[in-house]
Design a binder for this molecule. Structure first.
Ligand code: TA6
Length: 310
């Protein structure tokens, strides 16, 4: 069973416009609302993969109620901490004319120290029946960048396998608690190191340094070029087939979900990596965010190739 942590949930709104005109009135031709935020996407994808999930974090207002009901309606358990104010929306704006996708991510509600303490006190209880904890995304206003470090420490002390998917100071502070899995992209690695990464060999070297610091599974997402995995079995490069991309939002979350499900079922990490690449690619085939169709996954899994680099 997996506990997902989404401190900064969102209603994801995908706007499709025919031809964006900056500074003008743009009528949205198509608008899709989805319960979102990285950990919510992880919850949905893990649920589609038939894993029991309990989703926790902070929810506020009507948006919070919407996200909670969307999860409950598909059978996902929730244990959210209610806060004042309205949970955010995140806009994924698609311009049909250029094929360009732009995201607008709101900062989220202000969470008081009292509510943060309330969540921390409940967290140990929420994760008790789970063997895996997946912590994803940004945090709302008022929460210190060391908050994830506290959650990871609690979960590790309880014997859980912990996945952390975030960026910036949250990642820099979070890795001090030695999660079992991180999935930085190149930009996030450059932020952690405070220096430019010039090529894939440097990327591998830095990913290995995180592994050697005690993080047993380091995945570096390379977008359409696949991903790198550094783990106890060595360094691997995963390649995905070229596909007609519909919506890439949620691909990274889908990869996290696949690893969480694999760890929860004690699968071999290389098999998990292959499954994660296929699920992440399957997510991009569909309009929905943080979602995949089993048939797409089954068509893709044998098109994913994994090469052992060292
Ligand atoms: O990864 C996609 C996504 O989860 C979107 O669904 C949107 O909610 C955004 O990322 C939120 O990112 P953040 O880092 O602010 O939690």
């Amino acid at each position: 069973m997996i506990a997902t942590v989404t401190l900064n949930i969102a209603i994801d709104k995908r706007y499709v416009v025919d031809k964006f005109e900056f500074g003008s009135v743009n009528r949205v031709r198509e608008c899709i609302y989805t319960a979102g935020g990285k950990g919510i996407n992880v919850s949905r994808v893990a649920h589609i993969a038939k894993e029991d999930v309990i989703a926790c974090g902070f929810i506020g207002g009507y948006a919070g109620k919407y996200v909670q009901s969307e999860l409950n309606n598909i059978g996902i358990q929730t244990s959210f901490t209610k806060v004042e104010g309205e949970s955010r929306s995140c806009i994924n704006f698609y311009d049909q004319a250029t094929g360009k996708q732009t995201e607008f991510l709101e900062p989220g509600v202000l969470v008081s120290p009292k509510k943060q303490t309330e969540f921390l006190n409940q967290f140990a209880e929420i994760i008790k029946p789970c063997n895996v904890v997946a912590i994803s995304g940004s945090v709302p206003k008022g929460i210190d960048p060391s908050f994830y470090q506290k959650l990871i420490t609690i979960a590790k002390q309880a014997g859980k396998t912990v996945l952390l998917d975030t960026s910036g100071e949250l990642l820099l502070q979070g890795i001090k608690a030695k999660p079992d899995f991180i999935k930085p992209n190149c930009d996030e690695i450059e932020y952690l190191l405070g220096k430019k990464v010039n090529d894939i060999n440097e990327l591998i070297k830095y990913a290995e340094s995180f592994y050697e610091s005690g993080i047993k599974n380091v995945v570096v997402s390379l977008g359409k070029d696949g991903a790198l995995l550094v783990c106890n079995e060595g360094v691997f490069k995963g390649n995905t087939p070229n596909i007609p991309v519909v919506n890439t939002v949620g691909c990274g979350d889908s990869m996290v979900a696949a690893f969480a499900v694999g760890f929860a079922n004690n699968r071999n990490v290389i098999e998990i990596f292959q499954s994660a690449l296929a699920i992440s690619t399957a997510n991009a085939l569909r309009e929905e965010t943080g979602f995949f169709v089993k048939e797409d996954y089954e068509n893709l899994i044998n098109m994913v190739t994994i090469i052992k680099i060292k």
